[in-house]
Design a protein around this ligand. Structure first.
Ligand SMILES: NC(=O)c1ccc[n+]([C@@H]2O[C@H](COP(=O)([O-])OP(=O)(O)OC[C@H]3O[C@@H](n4cnc5c(N)ncnc54)[C@H](OP(=O)(O)O)[C@@H]3O)[C@@H](O)[C@H]2O)c1
Length: 265
C-alpha cells in the first residue's frame, strides 16, 4: 500500500539512489517505493539490484530501473549523469554509495583510497552538479548525502574515511547555502554504527561488530526513517539516534578543545 510521502508532495516523482544494492541504500529504496516514488537503483551488483527492483515493483506498483555503475570510475558517473538528464521528474537524489577500509594508512594500497575519494566525494559532487538545475527549475527537490558520524567526531585511525566523509558533509553545508530559496532541501546524513553489509566487505576484513556495545548499533530502517523525517525540519547535518548525537557532541567538544588548547568548547 502506498503511504503519504515525507515531503507531502501531491504526486511523487523519481528518486535516484546510489549504493542501493544493500544496507541503508536498499532501505531508502524500500521506504521511498512505499511512498510512491519511482526509482533508479545504482550500484555494481546487478543481481541484487534486479531482485530489489522486482520486489518493489510488484509490491508497490512503482517503476524501478536498475543502473549498474562503479562510482569509483568517472566514466560510470558520466553514465549516471546521462540517465539524470533523461529523467523529467527527478525529485530525490541520494548519494549513499560507500565503503570502509580497515588498516594502517601507509599499509593500504593507494588506489583503494583513490577509489574511496571518488565514491565518497567525486561522485556526489558530479551527481549534485547534474541534478540541481532540473530541481531548481521545478522548484522542488531533496538531496541526501550519506556521510558518517566520523565526519563529526574525526578519527585519525580512519584518516581517509573521516576525510572523505567530512568533505561530503562540508560540501552539503555549503551547497545548502547556494540552493537557498530554490525549493531544494539538502541533508548530510551522519549515521553511527548501522547494521548492513558495510562491515562484511573485503576491505573491512577483521572488523568485529562485538567490539562495540549492542546499544551503539542502529537498524538501517530506523536510520532511513529518521533521515526522511528530518529533511524538512532539521539542519543540514543530521545525526540519527540519541546515542550518536551525544557521542558526536561530546567527541567534537573534546577534540576541538584539544586541538585549540582551550577547555570552554
Ligand atoms: N554501516 C555503518 O555503520 C555506516 C555508518 C556511517 C555511514 N555509513 C555509510 O552509509 C552508506 C551506506 O553503507 P551501508 O552501511 O548501507 O553499507 P553496505 O550495505 O555495504 O552498502 C554500501 C553500498 O555502496 C555500494 N558501493 C560501494 N562501492 C561502490 C562503488 N565503487 N560503486 C557503486 N556502488 C558502490 C554497494 O554496492 P555494490 O557493492 O553493489 O556496488 C552498496 O550498495 C555508505 O556511504 C557508508 O559509508 C555506514
Amino acid at each position: 500500500m502506498i503511504s503519504e510521502n515525507f515531503m507531502g508532495w501531491e504526486s511523487p516523482g523519481s528518486a535516484l539512489i546510489t549504493g542501493s544494492s544493500s544496507g541503508i541504500g536498499a532501505e531508502f529504496a524500500r521506504q521511498l517505493a512505499q511512498q510512491g516514488f519511482d526509482l533508479i537503483l545504482v550500484a555494481r551488483r546487478k543481481e541484487k539490484l534486479d531482485a530489489l527492483s522486482k520486489t518493489l515493483q510488484e509490491k508497490y506498483s512503482i517503476n524501478a530501473e536498475v543502473l549498474v555503475a562503479d562510482l569509483s570510475k568517472i566514466s560510470d558517473n558520466e553514465q549516471v549523469i546521462s540517465k539524470i538528464n533523461e529523467i523529467e521528474n527527478l525529485d530525490i537524489l541520494i548519494n549513499n554509495a560507500g565503503f570502509g577500509i580497515l588498516g594502517n594508512f601507509l599499509q593500504i594500497e593507494l588506489m583503494k583510497y583513490v577509489d574511496m575519494i571518488n565514491v565518497h566525494f567525486t561522485s556526489p559532487v558530479m551527481l549534485c552538479h547534474a541534478t540541481i538545475p532540473g530541481m531548481a527549475k521545478r522548484k522542488r527537490g531533496v538531496i541526501i548525502n550519506t556521510s558518517s558520524i566520523f565526519a563529526i567526531i574525526k578519527d585519525s585511525s580512519l584518516i581517509m574515511y573521516t576525510t572523505t566523509k567530512s568533505a561530503l558533509a562540508i560540501f552539503s553545508e555549503l551547497l545548502n547555502v547556494k540552493v537557498k530559496g530554490t525549493g531544494i532541501y539538502i541533508q548530510a546524513l551522519c549515521p553511527g554504527f548501522t547494521y548492513s553489509e558495510f562491515h562484511d566487505t573485503d576491505t573491512m576484513n577483521g572488523f568485529q561488530r562485538s567490539w562495540y556495545n549492542p546499544e551503539q548499533w542502529m537498524k538501517a530502517e530506523d536510520v532511513v526513517s529518521l533521515s526522511l523525517d528530518a529533511v524538512k525540519s532539521k539542519s543540514v547535518i543530521f545525526i540519527p539516534g540519541e546515542i550518536n548525537r551525544q557521542s558526536g557532541i561530546i567527541n567534537r567538544k573534546k577534540k576541538l578543545s584539544k586541538y585549540l588548547n582551550c577547555d570552554w568548547l
